[in-house]
Design a protein around this ligand. Structure first.
Ligand code: 4BW
Length: 149
């Protein structure tokens, strides 16, 4: 098979075929206290998760590092402050997103400089995430498929 035909295969893959759907994605909401966000992050094991508003629209993301940095005092972590600060006060407001219909290469470009990108519909409602892992798995599949031709 020619290189053009091989590339054609990976070009046909859409974000919808690689994404983690919203039901499986750990997330927090804008008005949650940092205490809840830290609990979600620690329990899920992820270093950052999406932040959604009350209409399930993407608002940004929050990470363990940002939370810990926020409560870092001069000599200790001021954990008592976790219940006073809201997710919306400290989150990363980067709302970059991708559509389910976007191509493999758009997905790859989106996760070069971030570990995941949120997938949203036309109105900004959250549909899931596209992770670096999903992109790397497709590349690995493609590598071995084209090697065996
Ligand atoms: O709990 C985990 N289960 C599995 N199967 N893999 C995990 C877990 N925690 C971490 N990993 C692995 C993944 O390969 O470590 C990588 C970095 O995790 P991160 O960033 O720093 O927490 C994971 O790479 P990935 O699958 O490409 O995911 C990239 C980032 O996407 C993660 C996390 O911020 C986010 N993420 C992935 N799945 C998620 C999620 N956020 C919320 N809910 C999910 N289901």
């Amino acid at each position: 098979m020619s290189i053009i035909q091989e590339n054609q295969q990976i070009d046909n893959i859409k974000v919808s075929q690689m994404m983690v759907s919203s039901e499986k994605v750990a997330h927090v909401q804008l008005n949650n206290p940092l205490e809840h966000a830290l609990l979600v992050l620690v329990k899920s094991g992820y270093s950052a998760v999406p932040v959604l508003d009350s209409e399930y629209k993407l608002a940004g993301s929050i990470s363990k590092t940002v939370i810990l940095n926020e409560i870092l005092g001069l000599e200790r972590f001021e954990v008592e402050r976790l219940s006073d600060i809201k997710v919306s006060d400290v989150m990363d407001k980067d709302e970059a997103s991708i559509k389910e219909t976007a191509s493999f290469i758009d997905g790859l470009n989106a996760v070069i400089n971030r570990p995941f990108i949120c997938v949203t519909d036309e109105e900004g409602h959250f549909d899931g995430i596209l992770t670096r892992r999903a992109i790397l798995k497709e590349l690995k599949k493609e590598y071995y498929t084209s090697k065996n031709k």
